[in-house]
Design a protein. Structure first.
Lengths: 351, 351
């Protein structure tokens, strides 16, 4: 509880004045004002976060949190839950999409078992921080106890603090957990007036029958648990998940440490939504990477006013969209540093 | 005329069978089918283009064509036409956005003066291939003669052939030309049933008055010249531009050489639209990088069935969106090469 309160209480907004100076510099560069669109917004946001008009680059880390979901017993996923530990091993063996894309991006992958429903063997690259071997079935009872929720949140915070202490300048969020679009949709349902069916998608590829089962499971979970939307910790505990809680912790800690955090797809964004409900100023530190195929993703991003950079129809998770966005964020920083000004280049500015 | 006919006549469709094999491999990798969305489509497209199920990477080049527009005399741009040669100098001095982003992407920038309305000094990095010092004012007469149009097309083809001969494995298109959203909108108007006003945008930042002038200039150009939409060369000649013609040549030559070509924003896509009308099979070789702020851009992309990867609200041109997409295309190739299969990783596949 100590880490949680200390972290949340140390979150403050980013430095708006540094962003104004960054925009002034961007406007002096040899391009029409705002013509680099989102790249300019990223440079300004990083300036605000770092409190300096010329933001700097540094080591990139993707925090992959793994956990299982009791609600999988209802039949909400196209894959069996054995795939969660198998994929964690695949991460450790460098064979998964997140490994390939992180190597491409020059980013480090940090993998944490916060709730896999299987015994994971010790491995130098695996952080064994299992709170519980998967959540309870939220269609029947609360997914977690309050203690489990806080433990998972604090593990995420501790892992983020550790990586930032070791030099990480930017984090991305990733996850592995068969069934985890189901709790993510349930979380969104607590904060959206949209029709429930419209915010529930096919996850890793449910057929029509599976989609119906998933909708019923979410409806049951909301009825049985009656999560209190006014209390994001209650939502997280009742219809969330261990890896989602850990990612919420990563995002809150990133904000507390004034470190930009790039969110991946639907599950990461559910974690961000809860982080934002816990402390709205953490929004200043979040960058949205891509728009997923899950129909609820846009709804979540719109709630927070976040604009995704990539439209790649991804629906994989793991942090894949997040690490793909690293290159764009680095491009934005290089733009503000390296472009010539109108004066330097002798180019006539707009009248 | 020789280069033009030889190039166009040698265009054939890409190798669909290689793409089927690439998709089979993608489906064997440790991820739900199609969950990497557009990245998978890119890998398949490159497999079709290269005629091998495992596409390979290679040197990247952005072809920046510069030219001026007589129609600027009508007042269609927020910037004076002196900015075209000034920006070409900025490119040569490495100070522009395209230089910064190409360094970031590891891409070479090839700059060609195909029609700048100023004498450009010789420079080792500048290809001096000026056809004419800017087009004529298309609001009063045809922008180019047939000979000028063919010359500019062939220069684009020759430059693309040269870079591919030197080892380029992928090209992107870029341009510099004050006023060139005006001919691009006029080209689109020949192929779209949309209301003219809805496909004309603010370019580099026109105010409402400027936008009205631009609309009137385009309307006049269409009335005076009566371009024949059935004949894309007629459209190009009457309401196009020298750098647009050169880019059309680059795209056609890329297709002829079975080399992927990444198109940038509105102007590049106008060139692609004409290339596609000249030979529809060149569509197989085109990748769309980003969706620009220009309202007509989506209309053009939809006409060709192209899906842009990035949503960055760019409206700069130069090839900036194209080179930003290089990293995503390389990521797609690495995915198909480096990810583990379900069998290799011992991961249970979907029932």
């Amino acid at each position: 509880m100590n880490v949680f309160l200390q972290t949340v209480n140390s979150i403050t907004g980013s430095d708006y004045a540094a962003g104004v100076k960054a925009q002034e510099r961007l406007d002096s560069l040899t391009k029409p004002p705002a013509s680099l669109g989102v790249l300019e917004k990223i440079a300004v946001q990083l300036a605000c976060i770092q409190g300096q008009s010329l933001p700097v680059l540094g080591p990139k880390v993707v925090m992959v949190m793994a956990g299982d979901h009791g609600v999988v017993a209802e039949g909400v996923s196209a894959y069996p839950k054995e795939v969660t530990p198998q994929m964690v091993l695949n991460f450790l063996n460098q064979g998964a999409a997140i490994n390939v894309l992180s190597r491409h991006a020059g980013a480090k992958v940090v993998i944490t078992d916060v709730g896999v429903a299987a015994e994971m063997e010790a491995h130098p690259d695996l952080n064994l921080r299992k709170v519980r071997a998967g959540t309870r079935n939220m269609a029947l009872e609360a997914a977690m106890t309050e203690e489990e929720t806080m433990a998972a949140l604090e593990i995420g915070m501790e892992m983020a603090h550790r990586e930032i202490d070791r030099g990480a300048a930017i984090l991305a969020t990733g996850e592995m957990g068969i069934g985890n679009t189901t709790p993510s949709s349930a979380i969104l349902a607590c904060y959206s007036d949209n029709n429930l069916a419209s915010i529930i998608g096919r996850g890793t590829g449910l057929n029509d029958g599976g989609l119906k089962i998933k909708q019923e499971a979410i409806q049951k979970a909301l009825q049985v648990n009656q999560p209190d939307a006014q209390n994001p910790l209650d939502v997280l505990q009742k219809v969330g998940g261990l890896e989602i809680a850990a990612l919420t912790g990563v995002i809150l800690a990133s904000a507390a440490r004034k470190t930009p955090v790039v969110i991946d797809g639907f599950i990461s964004t559910a974690a961000a939504l809860l982080a934002w409900k816990i402390h709205e100023k953490c929004r200043d530190y979040i960058l949205a990477s891509h728009l997923s195929q899950e129909p609820g993703h846009k709804v979540m991003l719109d709630l927070m006013g976040l604009q995704p950079m990539l439209r790649l129809d991804l629906r994989l998770g793991e942090g894949t969209g997040g690490v793909l966005a690293f290159s764009l964020i680095e491009a934005a920083v290089k733009i503000i540093h390296e472009m010539a000004t109108f004066a330097e280049a002798g180019v006539t500015n707009k009248e």
